[in-house]
Design a protein around this ligand. Structure first.
Ligand SMILES: Cc1cc2nc3c(=O)[nH]c(=O)nc-3n(C[C@H](O)[C@H](O)[C@H](O)COP(=O)(O)O)c2cc1C
Length: 448
């Protein structure tokens, strides 16, 4: 295989499946099949372990949140356990970031693994309630999780958990309203409480005071799906799998201009190039890569000279980006970077909840300016104005949506300023003019 500079390289890497283990097994979403492949053994083990032991194992594993922020899971569980009140566990399956589709696959194919992780969390922190929060548009995921809860309930798996005297833990699903902000943990709590989903300031953090003022463990579904393997095989085993600053594996949703888009689970620290050129099969038509988003649209763009960066928080920080949700989007040379920024700003403009003026108005203005530049009617002052907006939106937002909205715009300005200038001086898009056809390919999600 050839890399971008033409040197031959060996990119023969294969998946290391921990949370996706068994994803190809027919009917693995059914309880009897899941159990036949070792499912719920970790929960059974957990029921005989003291909470302190489980939290120690998680802390040893180094498991960090897979929802974007990477917060240490063991510490979150300990905080909820120590906080006053009966805790609640929420599995966050809202997944609405462009380019992210890993949680969808997990919920559709391995709902019992997520439920097992959530029940272990409930047992550990002493919760009396588990809420599975599912993206509104994810019909099949909702259906599969509903069936999984019914099967586990009928089999007595759920009723085996009695954290409050005489009462079994209750498990129910909540269908999200279809807004990106609902996945942000404090907006999610507002949504659960029946309010308009607008983020709350922190502290207090949800693990201390969240849903109905109770300690609330909110974990991404991939995070929870990693827990059974850690309990089965040990924290040391998991820690040894990946990069020291973010041990274990991550499921990367790979999309954009690659031959084989899809979900791939790899040890953290794997070079970005190895993912794109290995399982991803490289760019179709042997076109050159122009830019890559490494961790979802809330993370800054990278350029081809940065592709050897390891997929870990530190590795990506050294090239000015972040691991985020692990959603890797590849753009080849036929893509216009102003169009990309304009498209992303449209998403964030529509998804800003409107609570914070800098985010609400800033995302609106960014989109207006970017559309003008893209159409060839922008001027130099527009670039200065864009930079000003990128400067004030992140600090003026109560949640992470503001900084997320700025990431693709600021990074495309930083790396592709010449392309912005060409739009302004030429009065049209230089890229689409050069390539008459836009080569786009979209991810295909295979479900059994
Ligand atoms: C705008 C926004 C949207 C988010 N959407 C999601 C989401 O859909 N799923 C998710 O797990 N985390 C999402 N998060 C992160 C959550 O707030 C929270 O950090 C996460 O659910 C915690 O779980 P973890 O520690 O397992 O990652 C979002 C954050 C922001 C700022």
């Amino acid at each position: 295989m050839e890399n971008l500079t033409g040197e031959s390289m060996n990119q023969e890497i294969s998946e290391l499946r921990v949370v996706r283990d068994g994803v190809d097994i027919p009917d693995i979403h059914r309880l009897h099949v899941f159990r036949a492949h070792g499912g719920y053994a970790a929960l059974e083990k957990a029921l005989h372990l003291p909470a302190a032991h489980i939290i120690r194992e998680l802390t040893t594993s180094g498991l960090g949140g897979r929802g974007g922020a990477g917060f240490p899971t063991g510490r979150k569980w300990q905080t909820a356990r120590d906080a006053p009140g009966v805790p609640v566990v929420v599995a966050n399956g809202d997944e609405s970031e462009p380019g992210a589709f890993k949680d969808r696959e997990l919920m559709e194919t391995l709902p019992h693994r997520i439920l097992e992780g959530a029940l272990i969390a409930a047992h550990t922190v002493g919760a009396d309630q588990v809420i599975l929060f599912v993206r509104g548009e994810y019909d099949r995921a909702h259906q599969r999780l509903t069936e999984a809860v019914a099967e586990a309930s009928e089999a007595g798996i759920i009723s085996a958990l009695t954290n409050t005297p005489g009462d079994a833990v209750s498990v129910h699903l909540h269908r999200s309203a279809g807004a990106y902000i609902c996945g942000e943990e404090t907006a999610l709590i507002e949504a659960l409480e029946g309010n308009r989903p607008m983020p709350r300031g922190k502290p207090p953090f949800p693990a201390v005071s969240g849903y109905l003022g109770r300690p609330t463990v909110i974990n991404n579904v991939e995070t929870l799906a990693a827990v059974p393997a850690i309990l089965n095989r040990g924290g040391d085993w998991y820690r040894a799998l990946g990069a020291p600053d973010c041990p274990g594996t991550r499921v990367f949703s790979l999309s954009g201009n690659v031959r084989f888009p899809g979900n791939y689970e790899l040890p953290t620290g794997t070079p970005l190039r190895a993912l794109i050129e290995g399982p991803g099969g490289g760019v179709p038509g042997d076109r050159a890569i122009k830019a890559v988003i490494p961790g979802g649209t809330s993370t800054p763009l990278l350029t081809p000279d940065m592709l050897d960066a390891p997929l870990s928080p530190q590795g990506l920080a050294t090239v000015g980006s972040a691991l985020g949700t692990g959603s890797v989007i590849v753009y080849d040379e036929t893509n216009c970077m102003v169009d990309l920024a304009a498209n992303m700003s449209l998403f964030y403009r529509d998804e800003s909840c409107g609570k914070c003026t800098p985010c609400r108005d800033g995302t609106h203005l960014m989109h207006e300016i970017l559309s003008r530049i893209e159409a060839g009617t922008g001027d130099r002052d527009d670039l200065a104005q864009l930079e000003r907006i990128c400067g004030y939106v992140p600090g003026g937002s109560v949640c992470g949506l503001g900084p997320a909205a700025v990431a693709p715009v600021a990074s495309s300005l930083r790396h592709f300023r010449g392309e912005y200038m060409d739009h302004i001086s030429g009065g049209h898009c230089p890229v689409f003019k050069r390539y008459e056809v836009r080569g786009q390919c979209f991810p295909v999600i295979r479900s059994p």
